[in-house]
Design a protein around this ligand. Structure first.
Ligand SMILES: *Cc1c(COP(=O)(O)O)cnc(C)c1O
Length: 374
């Protein structure tokens, strides 16, 4: 069996142990005589699976008891409109724009603004950075102007496409926001390091980056923020109804919840999110260290303190070599390194499931490529 090093930004690599366990249990889950895909979501067996998944996630992130964990559908993109529809309560909401995903969040919120509440950009790094459309750093303090009456303050804590990450777990931003609840899109770095959930009103993440299969999005919402949804809200989109029904108003994405649960168990076996942070730090230091020391052959455009540990975009000094780089990388078993079309160049996504050996293999290839083409 040939597994490649998969640097895809999402859907992305899953731990091999998890895939093997899912394979072993695929046709007969724990003696039930059926696959998780085939069992009723209302049955006892699936109840065990979803309860364990929630309990393990709560353990991993130390989720306080006054927060609900919701297993939702529609992806992070649907949440971009679902969040104002649920939380804005006809008031204005503040948004920080630091990359493509937070920009999309604004656009989606604007679509529902007539019924949900106004959208206000409280700070933006658009066109302020070194690349064409900016987004090569997080906002500086003086670039953020907050509305103390805002219904919430939305932030994307890891911009997957540009590789910009908030490094301090929003300690500074939460302090500035005061009573205004922080709503954080953590799709591409959730579970990569510890988080103080109590700093946030809501955290959400599409599963397909750093959790499990696509089709599932996880939300962690403070209870006092529930029950403010617009009156015309479809019941499938109402967080309070999802919470009341244990994420099972209707059929949830059962297989995705099951595999995500296996990933949570795998994370606990690795030592939890604090241990993952150590490994992720080493992986990122290795790759950025090599890029920065390559005498300009490779370059990462993001301000050093704001660089993402999960998504590492980089360009070749000579972009005419891009195609041959990608072709040779693929032949060497290093897959999905092509950068996002809006940035160009390359991007290595090195989520939890990417071991240090994978990053070492990438760096060795990059060294060899630079030697041959420098
Ligand atoms: C991928 C991504 C999204 C969009 O996720 P979908 O599940 O495709 O809707 C949103 N935010 C961030 C930070 C992402 O990385």
């Amino acid at each position: 069996m040939a597994r490649v090093w998969n640097f895809s930004a999402g859907p992305s690599a899953l731990p091999l142990e998890v895939l093997e366990q899912a394979r072993d249990e695929l046709t007969d889950w724990h003696g039930s005589g059926m696959s998780v895909m085939e069992m009723s979501h209302r049955g006892k067996d699936f109840g065990t699976i979803i309860d364990a998944a929630e309990a393990d996630l709560r353990d991993l992130l130390d989720v306080p008891t006054n927060y609900k964990v919701l297993f939702l559908q529609g992806g992070a993109t649907q949440l971009f409109s679902q969040i104002p529809l649920n939380l804005a309560d006809s008031r204005s909401a503040d948004y920080l724009v630091t990359g493509s995903w937070s920009k999309k969040a604004v656009e989606e919120a604007q679509r529902v603004a007539p019924i949900a509440g106004a959208v206000r950009v409280a700070g933006s790094t658009a066109a302020k950075g070194a690349v064409a459309d900016g987004f090569t750093r997080f906002l500086r303090d003086e670039e953020i102007s907050l509305d103390p009456q805002a219904a919430f303050l939305h932030v994307c804590t890891n911009e997957t496409i540009y590789g910009v990450e908030v490094q301090d777990d929003c300690a500074h931003l939460a302090a500035r926001a005061g009573a205004v609840p922080l709503v954080a899109d953590m799709s591409s770095h959730i579970l990569s390091r510890p988080v103080d959930v109590s700093r946030y009103g809501m955290i959400y993440a599409g599963a397909q980056k750093n959790i499990g299969p696509s089709g599932l999005v996880i939300a962690i919402v403070r209870e006092d923020l529930l029950g403010r949804a617009v009156k015309t809200m479809p019941s499938t989109m109402d967080f309070a109804i999802a919470a009341e029904n244990g994420s099972m108003l209707n059929t949830p994405p059962t297989f995705g919840i099951y595999v995500s649960g296996l990933v949570f168990q795998w994370l606990k076996r690795q030592g939890g999110v604090a241990a993952m942070e150590q490994i992720n730090r080493r992986k990122a230091e290795l790759l950025y260290g090599y890029i920065d020391g390559s005498n300009g052959f490779y370059r990462n455009p993001v301000d050093v303190p704001d660089r993402s540990r999960m998504n590492v975009p980089f360009t070749l000094q000579n972009s005419a070599l891009d195609d041959v780089f990608l072709k040779e990388a693929q032949a060497a078993g290093l897959h999905a390194l092509k950068g996002h079309k809006s940035v160009g160049g390359m991007r290595a996504s090195i989520y939890n499931a990417m071991p240090l050996e994978g990053v070492q293999a990438l760096v060795e290839f990059m060294q060899d490529f630079a030697r041959r083409n420098g």
